[in-house]
Design a protein around this ligand. Sequence first.
Ligand SMILES: [Zn+2]
Ligand SMILES: [Zn+2]
Length: 271
Amino acid sequence: MAMFPSQLLLSSKHLKEQILQPLFEPLSVELFVPFGFDTDKFGTFCGTTPRIEGPRQTVKEKCLAGMAHANQRQGLASEGSFGPHPASPFLNVNEEWLVYIDLDQNLEIYGHSVSMDLCHQQLDFRSLQLTDFLTSIQFGVQGLVLKDANNGEVIAKGLTKEEELLPLLQKHPKWVLETDLRAHMNPKRQQTIAAVGQDLIRRMQSSCPNCAAPDFSVVERSGQLLCAWCKQATNTHAYLNYRCAHCQHQTIEKRKDLLAEDPQYCPHCNP
Ligand SMILES: [Zn+2]
Ligand SMILES: [Zn+2]
């Protein structure tokens, strides 16, 4: 089985190592962050450095840059984004990527998680709902970014105390408040980061039955489950297709979590 090194570089800041370390602990892996490495040049959430590449490319470049900076042959890097759901643009999602690169074993493994349970909200000076807003976002554990409504300029980040926030709002009467999306300021995002860590470790531990390379994972879903009532084909997938990125070995497995589809999702029973 593929193994992580016992000391593993994580190119990240905002205390992501505190979220990920407990997951790596049982594998006897100790994460460390590169000293003096600025990840902000790969893009920031409050819009001061735009992110040019897609998140998968960004996380790879960040990882390789961190490894070069810390003179390591192995490394992890993480990258998150907030935006519309790829299939349902009206839903907002938090997407997280975590890549593991190992130059010695020639590995590049991507963990991925998507969550719709997120804290990504905004309020401006025209609203009379400040108190409700602060309660609903759990201000205190969830941090805020204060911007100037006229030019969008960031006035303060990481606000977590009312005694800091309220005088700033008085001083800048045309304010905009946004939930701080950085990991250490956003508890909902911390859950998505933990999920991406679990996904990466699971991929690392699922090895190809043919060549033993890691990341033998589902790449496609196929087939049609039958309806539990009318026994006709539905649009729900019945099989999981696994493929090895290393030797292209494939297996197709019948899914075990669902044996027949509920008639309410059947195009014949419930058109
Ligand atoms: Zn293989
Ligand atoms: Zn049916």
